[in-house]
Design a protein around this ligand. Sequence first.
Ligand code: TRP
Ligand code: SF4
Length: 355
Amino acid sequence: MTSEGLSSSDLQVKRAQSEKPPKGSVIMSGARSTGRYHIGNYFGAIKNWLELQKEYFGFYGVMDWHAMTSSYKTPHDVQHFARDNYAELIAWGLDPEKNVVFIQSRVPEHVELYTFFSMITPLGWLERVPTWKDAEQEAKDNDTHNLGRLGYPALQAADIAIYRATHVPIGHDQVSHLELSREIVRRFNFLYGGSIPEPRPIFTETPTLLGSDGRKMSKSYGNTFYLTQEEDELKQNLRKMPTDPARVRRTDPGEPTKCPVYSYHKLFSKPEDLPWVEEGCRTAGIGCGDCKGKLGENINALVAKPREKKKELLQHADTLDSIIADGCRRARKHARETMEQIKEWTGFLSGSGEF
Ligand code: TRP
Ligand code: SF4
C-alpha cells in the first residue's frame, strides 16, 4: 500500500506531530504475513520495534487476516509465512516475554471488535481512504475488490483498540489508516461513553528501497531483497545488481548517487565506509566488485546472527510453538479484558461464549 494522498506540505505537518511517547505509553504495531520479510520490513518496522521495546511495553502482531485481504487464494502460504515471520521477529531480538508477540488470527477478539467497528464505520469513510481509492482499479484487476479489503482499515483500528494501545509506529504510507483508526475510536467512545485511547502515530522514516535489479522493489518484478538471505544467495543477488551505467570499464569513474549499490551502502554500511565508496567510485580507485564485496560483508555482519537464530527456532518446532502459544495466550488475556469492558459499556452479555 503506497499512496497516502497528502501533499508534501501536509506531510511536514504530520511529521512534526509525531513526538516521543511519554513513559508508560502502550505500543502496538504489526506487519502482514504475505511473504518472507524483506529489507523494507526491517527498515520500515522491525528496526524501530527493537528500539521501542527498550523503553515501552508493546504488542506486536503478525497480521495474517490482513494478509488474507489480498492473499486469500493461498491461505496455507499465509499461515506458513505467519510462522516464518514470527520466528524471524524473535530471531531479530524482539523479546516475546517483555512484549506481547502474537498472531492475529489466534486472538479472535480482533475479529469480534472489527465486527463491532464495522457497524459504526460509515461506508464513506472507508471509500475515501486513499489506499482504497488509489488501488481500486488494481484491486479489480487482481480479484481483491472485496469486502475485506474495503474494511482493512477498520480491522486495523480493532487491532489497536483491542489492546487499548496509545501509540502506533508506522510508515508514512499508513497515515490515512491511523487517522481512520482514531476516528473510529472517537466515534465509538462518543456513542457508548467508552474510554478507548485514540492512538497516536510514531512516524518512522522509511527510506526508498530498491529491488535487487535496481528497480522499485516489488513481488511482481521478482526483485525482492530478503532479509535473512543465505550468504551465497546474497552474493548472487549483489552480483546481479546493476551499477552506474556510465561505468562500463573498470577504469571508468562512476557516480555513486546514480547507483543502487550505493543506496544499499547507505543503509547497511558503517558511516566510515561511505567515503571509501564515494571516492573509490568517482576516481575509479575501486571496482564495482570490490564495492559489492564490502556491501555483502556489511549486510552479512548484520544478518548472520538472526539468520542462524531463526533457523534454530524453525528446527525446534516444539519450542517455537510454545513461544507462539504463550504470546497468543497473553495477547488474548488483554484482548478479552477490553472486550469485557466493551460489553459492559454496550450492554452485551459478557463472557467469551466458551462453555
Ligand atoms: N497495515 C499495516 C501495514 O501494511 C499492517 C498492520 C495491520 C498494522 N494492523 C496493524 C500496523 C495495526 C500497525 C497497527 O504495514
Ligand atoms: Fe556503484 Fe560501487 Fe560501482 Fe560505484 S563502485 S558504480 S557505487 S557499485
